[in-house]
Write a protein that binds this ligand. Structure first.
Ligand code: HEM
Length: 399
């Protein structure tokens, strides 16, 4: 029998337990979509990777059904390649892959360190307690993606608000359309300015390259700006919460910062913040794992369930910072695998290491039960994360 997507979590950092029960029965089960469609839900790790890599599943927006919420999916505009298939997807993605390589990210690392230090200085000046989301987790990826794209950070309120509406499950189709139009209008003006007066940023480079028209370049910028800040922001704050929940972990990571790269992978697996998808729709009948998925049926791939599959990760519900995490699907898999993953990794490693070092006594400022979680958006996260620490009294200030 088809049931709706399980959403109820008993422990906030664990996926809904019902997903595990479904996975134990079969890696692919029937799913009732809110619009009445009966499609599929994938909870097994191997099945998730098989579908994400399968050429007969489409990512085109207009073919997808949403597993939650009622907003209708409109065709993706030009440039928004997350919702396009090959060969259109290939053409756009190829133009920007060079900007997100491990080597490019290594070059950016000193600047990311500087940006992080700036936020930590501001936190020290403000003093405890404060909201880590507002002071640290949201500003760092926003500043970084703004610099990379050449978007003025001063305009952040507008694009952060639009992003929140676009990513919300509660927003009506009308609200989502208005927010998308607003952010696209804003970035279109910016694209035109960069065409006339290019600088040393990604939008200017693409404008100079001449391969994209204004609509395409605007779409690409919209997608990168939206995908590039809220995801990493959620990971920074949720990771901090997960690490503070077991005080032995920050102690270990402070003692040996080289552990952080591996710890970040485990946090990505454990937290799997893209918690309600992605989705794909079959373009022809496909037989997989003994089930027949018919052309036109939508499959929701539960990344949290796949990343907690005991057949792939022993003791999957344990956060084990040094475990092997190869093959986790927190960034997806196949041709749509996250293009910003190297950037996100650097931001997380640099950000978390610097935070733990600067505030050795960092702790939650409220009881864990009082932390509000955001379940009504594509990205799982905390609404705010009140933290505190004991400020250092400098000798000069005391006398
Ligand atoms: C921890 C942070 C992040 C997580 C967990 C994450 C997760 C994901 C996932 C699961 C996908 C695959 C979606 C699908 O298969 O339909 C994806 C795609 C994508 N992500 Fe990320 N992402 C993160 C950070 C970023 C950043 C920083 C950027 C931009 C700089 C970015 C840009 C994109 C883009 C453009 C795609 C579409 C790729 C394609 O369709 O070829 N992401 N991301």
């Amino acid at each position: 029998m088809a049931r709706p997507l399980p959403m109820v979590r008993t422990r906030p950092l664990d996926p809904p337990a019902e997903l595990g029960r479904l996975r134990a029965e079969h890696p692919i089960s029937r799913l009732a979509y809110p619009d009445g469609h009966v499609g599929w839900l994938v909870t097994g790790h191997a099945a998730a990777r098989a579908i994400l890599a399968h050429p007969d599943f489409s990512a085109r927006a207009e073919l997808q059904r949403r597993p939650v919420g009622y907003g209708s999916q409109e065709p993706a505009g030009p440039g928004i390649f997350i919702n396009l298939d090959a060969p259109e997807h290939t053409r756009y993605r190829r133009l920007i892959t060079g900007q997100f390589t491990v080597r490019r990210m290594r070059e950016l690392e000193p600047r990311i360190e500087e940006i992080t230090a700036g936020r930590l200085d501001a936190m020290e000046r403000l003093g405890p307690p404060l909201d880590l989301v507002e002071s640290f987790a949201l500003p760092i990826p926003s500043l970084v993606i703004c610099e990379l794209l050449g978007v003025p950070y001063a305009d952040r309120e507008r694009f952060q608000q639009d992003t929140a509406v676009i990513a919300s499950l509660d927003a009506t189709a009308e609200q989502a359309r208005a927010a998308t139009a607003d952010i696209a209008g804003y970035l279109r003006e910016l694209v035109l300015r960069k065409r006339a007066d290019p600088a040393g940023d990604l939008i200017s480079d693409l404008a100079r390259g001449g391969e994209l028209n204004d609509e395409e370049l605007t779409g690409l910028a919209v997608m990168l700006l939206i995908a590039g800040h809220e995801t990493t922001a959620s990971m920074l704050s949720l990771s901090t919460l997960a690490l503070l929940s077991d005080p032995s972990q920050p102690v270990r990571l402070r003692a040996d910062p080289s552990l952080m790269a591996g710890a970040v992978e485990e946090l990505l697996r454990y937290l799997s913040i893209i918690h309600l998808g992605p989705t794909r729709t079959a373009v022809q009948d496909i037989e997989l794992y003994g089930v027949r998925i018919a052309a036109g049926e939508t499959v929701t791939i539960s990344l949290p369930a796949a990343n907690r599959d005991p057949d792939r990760f022993p003791d999957p519900d344990e956060l084990l910072l040094t475990r092997p995490t190869g093959g986790h699907v927190a960034f997806g898999h196949g041709i749509h695998q996250c293009i910003g993953q190297q950037l996100a990794r650097v931001e997380l490693r640099v950000g978390l290491n610097a935070l733990l070092r600067r505030f050795p006594e960092l702790r939650l400022a409220v009881a864990q039960e009082d932390i509000g979680f955001r379940t009504d958006a594509i990205t799982y996260g905390v609404r705010s994360l009140p933290v505190t620490w004991t400020p250092h009294v400098h000798l000069g200030e005391a006398v």
